[in-house]
Ligand binder design. Structure first.
Ligand code: FES
Length: 424
């Protein structure tokens, strides 16, 4: 008998789900969302259940768990997750929940184990999740095969580890094979995280992503970033100058010669990859635009690779240059709290203090992240007002925000069972 179903309390969020679907169906897609999407705790729970528990998320990088027994842990809403390298080198993901009485198994953010041993009563699991040991106290008829760790869908490509908490994840393989092709020059198995940061923002996760999806605010807020970043990521952008188009033509010629992929690749609105030049005369997102790491990544010979931008909705943007790459992931904590993690990766043989200086490497994005934090937090404060009402986006400057909310809206309605699946 399934005891959990007989004792179910029903779904207290059902009225909020109905209201959410209604607001999404009725919204004007060129305006910001109604207030509850940014500050209501019930809607936050629905975001977690329908977006973060059903869409593919970037759990980390393969280089973070290079050997058998290396693991990393995550917290996705109420769900603690463990991602671990198994005996044959394969990557497994599990709910970080003991099958005895539910204790968390791994409590550190990262580590290395021979087996997974529960700290409570020492039930012991193999790296592939099988229960190996539960003592003799469970009785002679106890069947260990019934009590393996609950698996989580996991895939890896191009150095990224993706996980999905749902039973039936959406298709992602087309994107992953393209990602692997674009990441090939970086030889991601031979990289390392030089430094990583965690920034807490008092703002809804969608405000963090919306802010990232436009550079309308850049001139007023990001002097460090604008030392190197060119806002446009397409020569067809109506704002793109002839000088920019000429620069793209010159760069792509050089990238072709080195077999560096750069063309736009889009997978609906969820994923996007494109390589674009940085400001002329600069090669990396550092304060002076010079290399942040002397040793280039992978097989790269030309330091001037601009930045390959990778978008993965709902929660990640990335900049891959010739000398280092930066991976950003966004993790909702509550309706008005979000954590942004930033990881700077370099060649694994690059030596700190010789090839790179951590303070110099992180300087631009430390400043930019903090500026973005303040913008998102002020945005949140204003949205909480009784005076807030959805406002119009600029189609020229804020099309990225419109695209994000179109994707969010489609996935939410689809996952709520309101509309048939589409390919956004
Ligand atoms: Fe894990 Fe008891 S809760 S061994």
């Amino acid at each position: 008998m399934d005891v959990t179903s007989t004792l179910s309390l029903g779904d207290p969020l059902q009225p909020a789900r109905k209201a959410t679907a209604e607001m999404l169906r009725e919204r004007d897609h060129s305006f910001s969302l109604p207030q509850p999407f940014y500050n209501d705790e019930r809607l936050f729970q629905i975001d977690m259940q329908e977006i973060f528990h059903k869409e593919w998320l970037i759990a980390g990088m393969t280089c973070e768990i290079p050997a058998k027994g290396n693991y990393l842990t995550l917290q996705i809403g109420d769900n603690p997750i463990i991602v671990i390298r198994g005996g044959e080198g394969q990557i497994h993901a599990f709910h970080n929940v003991c099958r005895h009485r539910g204790s968390r198994l791994c409590v550190s953010e990262k580590g290395k184990v021979a087996k997974l041993v529960c700290p409570y009563h020492q039930w012991t699991y193999e790296l592939d999740g099988r229960l190996l040991f539960a003592g003799t106290e469970m009785g002679a008829d106890f069947d260990m095969k019934e009590y393996g760790l609950k698996p989580v869908h996991v895939k890896s490509a191009g150095g990224y580890i993706f996980i999905n908490l749902s039973e039936n994840p959406p298709a992602i393989d087309d994107f992953l094979s393209t990602l692997a092709h674009y990441m090939e020059p970086y030889d991601m198995e031979n990289t390392k995280v030089a430094v990583q940061t965690t920034l807490k923002e008092t703002a809804n996760w969608k405000l963090v992503i919306e802010n990232n999806r436009e550079c309308y605010h850049c001139n007023g807020s990001h002097p460090e970033l604008l030392n190197t970043l060119l806002e446009w990521d397409d020569v067809t952008d109506p704002r793109a100058s002839q000088a920019f188009k000429d620069q793209v033509a010159a760069c792509t010629k050089a990238w072709d010669e080195e077999k560096i992929p750069y063309a736009h690749a889009s997978f609906g609105l969820r994923n996007r990859i494109v390589r674009m030049p940085l400001l002329e005369g600069t090669v990396s997102m550092t304060m002076d635009g010079k290399q942040g790491c002397k040793k280039l990544m992978g097989r790269i010979k030309n330091p001037d690779l601009g930045s390959m931008r990778i978008l993965h909705l709902p929660h990640s943007w990335n900049h891959c240059m010739g000398d280092h790459m930066i991976v950003f992931t966004v993790w909702p904590i509550s309706a008005q709290e979000t954590v942004v993690t930033t990881k700077w990766l370099v060649h694994k043989d690059a030596v700190e203090g010789v090839d790179y200086d951590v303070a110099r490497l992180r300087e631009v994005w430390d400043a930019t992240n903090d500026q973005d934090r303040r913008l998102a937090e002020e945005n949140q404060r204003g949205i909480n007002s009784t005076a807030y009402q959805p406002g119009p986006y600029s189609k020229t400057y804020e099309f990225g925000v419109i695209n994000f909310l179109d994707w969010y809206s489609e996935r939410m309605l689809n996952n709520l069972g309101d509309t048939p699946a589409t390919k956004l």
